[in-house]
Ligand binder design. Structure first.
Ligand SMILES: [Zn+2]
Length: 340
């Protein structure tokens, strides 16, 4: 029997060395050490042997079985490694390929235009002054000569946040703070965020951006205002774009005007953008009301000044042909990615 067991072990090892696939391997295992194998048959015969011979034969059979199982485990391990290598090869990973570059962000179109506006005014000798988004009624209304019953003070137009505090409705508040604290000559722009209780639509947003300019000095005239504004429009939109003033009223300037520029889309011929008028409203302007100067301790007999305000959102929309102001605030990447 010992001889037969050795033969079985040899047969098993030879067979295992020539296995073909996993299925084959399981068949071999069942054939040599399975319940119906010849080896297990010997195990069953153990009971018919004399008691004293049983341990020796039992051990011999177990040794043979373990030899076959060791070989089986060795081959199975080898098979697993082979399959893993095959898998890697079929994935065709090319480790020499360059990696994917990380996504690069870009500045928001409003920020780009904001910076361009600052650069233009700085090149014209202006300084940039910034103020607070949260203001008091004095700086937002009183100091700007706005009557107590003026509709812009209404809750329907202004966000009040209690204790005489409100979200500024214009960046003119910065001009007031500069005039309170500095002697003329003053030559500043104040870009910033403003808030009005407007229902959002294609051209209105409750939060928006303005840039205001203020010049106060001896002998400052309306001609200087026109000159400065034209200079800005030409640098921003090109030399062919004309601008015009229409008489208007603002509490803090006298005389006051509304500023129009020739439609940047059609050049003044008339199109959908300008509602076929050839002109686009850009903001308001005027000579600083002497009352405003006197209230802030600046001698209106000696000094004069002009101020104007423009919408940064409006300029951005015109520059990039953006049809709806809400696009500027929705943070939609499909929109923002276009401004690289
Ligand atoms: Zn037009």
């Amino acid at each position: 029997m010992k001889k037969r067991l050795d033969e079985i072990v040899e047969e098993a090892i030879t067979a295992l060395n020539t296995f073909e696939d996993h299925h084959d391997l399981m068949n071999l295992k069942s054939r040599f050490v399975g319940k119906k194998s010849e080896l297990m048959g010997f195990m069953k015969k153990l009971g018919s042997l004399p008691k004293e011979e049983r341990p020796i034969f039992g051990q011999t059979i177990n040794n043979a079985k373990n030899k076959i199982l060791d070989k089986f485990n060795e081959i199975e391990e080898k098979l697993k490694n082979l399959e893993y290598e095959k898998k890697i090869a079929s994935n065709k990973v090319d480790f020499s390929m360059p990696g994917r570059p990380p996504l690069r962000g870009n500045l928001h179109p409003l920020t780009q235009i904001w910076r361009e506006i600052e650069d233009i005014f700085i090149s014209m000798g202006f300084e940039v002054a910034e103020g607070f988004d949260i203001e008091d009624e004095f700086h937002n209304f009183d100091a700007l000569n706005t009557p107590k019953d003026h509709p812009s003070r209404n809750l329907a137009d202004t966000f009040y946040i209690g204790n005489d505090r409100l979200l500024r409705t214009q960046t003119s508040t910065v001009q007031i703070r500069v005039m309170e604290n500095f002697e003329p000559p003053i030559k500043i722009i104040s870009p910033g965020r403003c808030y009005r209780n407007d229902k959002p639509d294609a051209s209105h947003s409750p939060a928006f951006h303005q840039v205001e300019a203020l010049v106060v000095g001896e002998g400052v005239t309306f001609a200087d205002l026109r000159d400065t504004l034209n200079g800005f429009v030409v640098k921003m939109f090109g030399s062919k774009i004309r601008s015009r003033f229409r008489p208007h009223f603002f509490p803090f300037t006298e005389p006051s005007a509304e500023i129009d520029i020739a439609c940047v889309n059609c050049g003044g011929k008339g199109c959908n953008v300008c509602k076929h008028s050839g002109w686009l409203e850009m903001g308001g302007a005027g000579m600083v009301d002497p009352n405003v100067l006197d209230n802030l301790g600046i001698d209106s007999e000696k000094y004069t000044g002009f101020a104007f305000g423009l919408g940064i959102d409006r300029i951005t929309m015109l520059k990039y042909n953006i049809p709806d102001i809400r696009l500027l605030f929705e943070n939609d990447l499909r929109f923002l990615k276009q401004f690289k």
